[in-house]
Design a protein. Sequence first.
Length: 172
Amino acid sequence: ATQNPFGSIGTHSLPESQLDRFMIRTSLGYPDMESEVLMLMQGSIQLTEDTVKEQISAQELVKARKEVQELFVHEDIVRYIVEIANETRRSRNLELGISPRGTIALLSMAKANAYLDGRNYVIPQDIKDVFLETIEHRVIKSKEAKIQKKTRKEILKDIIDKVPLPKGNQKG
């Protein structure tokens, strides 16, 4: 997402307070050669109700969201998320760590990951699987990290690797 102030040209980054409201940050990148050639050959793409195919009904989506919310999360998993957040808040490489809104998003995304993997409970790997996409846009690098040319991705990978995994059975 970008912010376009009225009367200006180009795009501008959103302030942190607004970025934190997005659940995840992802990039599609550029299309491959054949896809881009096909896109140019077809001309502009017209999306209408006739050309968009329903992948899931509204009822199925509501049901899936309810099932995701009801997934079991062991307290140790929640503590693991909070410890990761605390580590970002203590990091010398970050001026701004994960907010409580970020921990909520991380738990929600971990639940969705577990659901898509066919489980009714969250494991530590679910958190690791969604960590960067959920958190990278929520943190701000410190001046020290900028001088050292560290990326947010590098900093966050170090943090997630540093925090010990919860011990024991997370199924309940």
